[in-house]
Design a protein around this ligand. Sequence first.
Ligand code: ADP
Ligand code: MN
Length: 173
Amino acid sequence: MRTNPNIVITGTPGVGKTSHSTLLASSTGLKHLSINQIVKERGCHEGWSDEYQSWIVDEDKLLDEIEDEVKHGGCIIDWHACDLFPKSWVDLVVVLRTDSTILYDRLLERGYKEEKLQENLDSEIMQVLLEEARESYDEEIVVELRSDTTEDIEGNVERMERWVESWKEEISG
Ligand code: ADP
Ligand code: MN
């Protein structure tokens, strides 16, 4: 049994996963697991894809790497996919959403090239990650939150803090 919940924060690149995860980790003491960083640093990949401009993730190796830590509880899992994490690991899935013109500017600033930028915008408009989350987890644990402004970040982080508190109260009876 976990005494701290595991939260997946997911969404299209640029929606604010890492910004939210960092703040939530510092205010709650939960641990920020940046999957991007783990894939890179612990070599959970089969090389770099020039076509996709990203690592080709070895999902089995990744899951092996983080399993002990996540099963212990208290992790904020920050990644642009969610369906690979077993249901039994996850207590809350937050899908961040951003207005497409705002997201366009953020990805441009990040230096995304036209094709990759358009692919990610399409993915946000088609709400690919929200559908993936809804298909992979029970609907009660999937929450969609807006991430257009810095006020949104503050509000979302407060909301997640309250959720963590009530989760802990509930399991401690
Ligand atoms: P992700 O981890 O989902 O790719 P980041 O947290 O790295 O996204 O955010 C990408 C960029 O957009 C950063 O420069 C961040 O400051 C900005 N950003 C993200 N969310 C918001 C928001 N809700 N309001 C204003 N800026 C944001
Ligand atoms: Mn990120």
